[in-house]
Unconditional design. Structure first.
Length: 467
């Protein structure tokens, strides 16, 4: 069987400027979130233009959250750009997800001429299959209508198992009826000698230990069971999104079967990224490569790449908040509201927040070194170049690695050794609570944090996967 190459995109979160009643995108407020909604159109169009010029790949898979919050103007424009790409000779297959329709939970807003939030109309779920019919549904060889899932023939010998997992927000998974349909499609593909490429929206395997803890509600329902079931069915890979984390994880069952969850970051977030994947059956391998949308016309990034710019917007606000907690408490209180802390709470604990911020703002590797000098095995000569280096930017880089993947801080560096020694001390302090930690899926603090500093496992951006 010939190899198959395709492009993977997810979480485009298209937001139409028509939602902005004043009609002038320059009036959009500064963004500090993980998504660069203000420039979603520019990023998507620029990426699609690049893909249209790639003669090697004709298949493009998009695994949900096509729009920001299901706004009808956003859907209209997203469908238009998909049609433009299709008219340039590309075969496009999409699934939708929880951000693509009126779910009764999450409102959608625009802004009026006075910059006041106003609700905007949203598409209802029942319309999605017809609305995006020409991008997979209409040409499907099997459809599970209740879940909006389908199977499509990608090329000779290859099929797409497109699984829409939002069967009733906040329940993200598969109903029993849908799962029986999935099993039937896998069995049919095996009988007919077809390689199945599966995609769904929510993570099947947690992209990190920390995500498993803080994002448990954002995982696929029954994800641990489903991952083992998919592996034992013979599915070698599943493409996911939602987490905005760029990661490749795997699980191997007791029967020796392995499933790879290839999670891709949000195209309009940090990092702005998409993948190219090649399946080579004769060698039983999957070749994965990542491409970052770092240079997009029409976006002023202050001379930074778009990856650097989105990182600054997303995580720079954390550094600013720590600074403001000491020197501009009103600004810190505004930031805290966005982190679900009321102004009453931050006012009540102002003294504590300011003490913590003062410590963090002045914390350097040299100061930490005094407490872990012997356990870290860092010599006095090694610490000199980083003695006055502040710790907060290092912590922010670790958080960035949660999303971007492939932590690359050398284990031989003094920063890594000191961080490891501090974490080991925390492990010892928390040893009396080890049972409680294991109950929530945490072996210790080190096992959760150290992989963010240095990735010893499967490459998150580029990898060769054997199956």
């Amino acid at each position: 069987m010939k190899p198959l190459k395709f492009t993977v995109i997810t979480d485009t979160h298209y937001y139409s400027k028509r939602n902005w009643i004043a009609g002038n995108s320059d009036d959009f407020p500064p963004e500090s979130g993980q998504l660069l909604v203000k420039y979603s159109e520019e990023i998507i169009r620029d990426t699609f233009n690049k893909l249209s010029r790639n003669d090697e790949i004709d298949i493009i898979l998009i695994s949900g959250d096509l729009t920001n919050n299901g706004e009808i103007p956003s859907h209209e424009e997203m469908r238009d750009v998909l049609k433009e790409l299709k008219n340039r000779g590309k075969m496009i297959y999409v699934i939708t997800a929880t951000h693509d329709y009126d779910d009764g939970f999450m409102p959608a807003y625009g802004r009026d001429q006075n910059n006041k939030p106003v609700p905007v109309p949203r598409l209802v779920r029942d319309k999605l299959m017809d609305y995006y019919g020409e991008f997979g549904y209409n040409d499907a060889i099997s459809v599970h209508e209740e879940s909006l899932s389908y199977v499509a023939q990608l090329s000779e010998g290859y099929r797409l198992l497109a699984l829409n997992d939002d069967y009733g927000n906040p329940h993200c998974g598969y109903s029993e009826d849908c799962f029986e349909w999935i099993k039937a499609q896998v069995e049919r593909a095996e009988r007919e000698g077809q390689f199945l490429v599966a995609m769904t929206h929510h993570p099947v395997i947690a992209p990190s230990v920390l995500y498993r803890l803080i994002g448990a509600n954002d995982m696929l329902d029954k994800h641990e069971l489903r991952a083992k079931q998919f592996a034992d069915m013979g599915l070698p890979l599943i493409l996911t999104g939602h987490s905005h984390v760029h990661n490749i994880s795997s699980v191997t069952t007791a029967s020796g079967n392995t499933l790879y969850d290839i999670s891709t970051g949000a195209l309009t977030g940090f990092p702005p990224v998409y993948r190219e994947i090649e399946i080579i059956p004769d060698e039983r391998k999957i070749d994965v490569k990542s491409f970052f949308a770092d240079h997009v016309a029409g976006i002023d990034t202050d001379g930074l790449t778009l990856t650097e710019y989105t990182k600054k917007l997303f995580l720079g606000s954390i550094a600013d908040a720590i600074e403001n907690a000491e020197n501009n408490y009103e600004a810190f209180m505004d930031f805290a509201v966005g982190m679900s802390l009321s102004k009453e709470v931050t006012a009540k604990y102002k003294f504590i927040f300011q003490i913590i911020s003062k410590c963090l703002n002045r914390l350097t590797f040299g100061k930490v070194y005094k407490f872990v000098r012997f356990s870290s095995k860092v010599s006095s000569d090694e610490i000199k170049p980083v003695y006055n280096k502040k710790v907060v930017p290092f912590i922010i880089d670790a958080v960035a690695n949660l999303y971007k993947g492939d932590g690359n801080i050398e284990k031989s560096s003094p920063e890594y050794k000191i961080a490891e020694s501090v974490l080991k001390k925390f492990d010892r302090l928390l040893k009396p609570f080890s049972k409680k930690l294991k109950a929530i899926g945490l072996e210790n603090i080190s096992s959760a944090v150290l992989p963010l500093l240095h990735n010893d496992g499967i490459g998150d951006a580029d990898a060769v996967l054997r199956y």
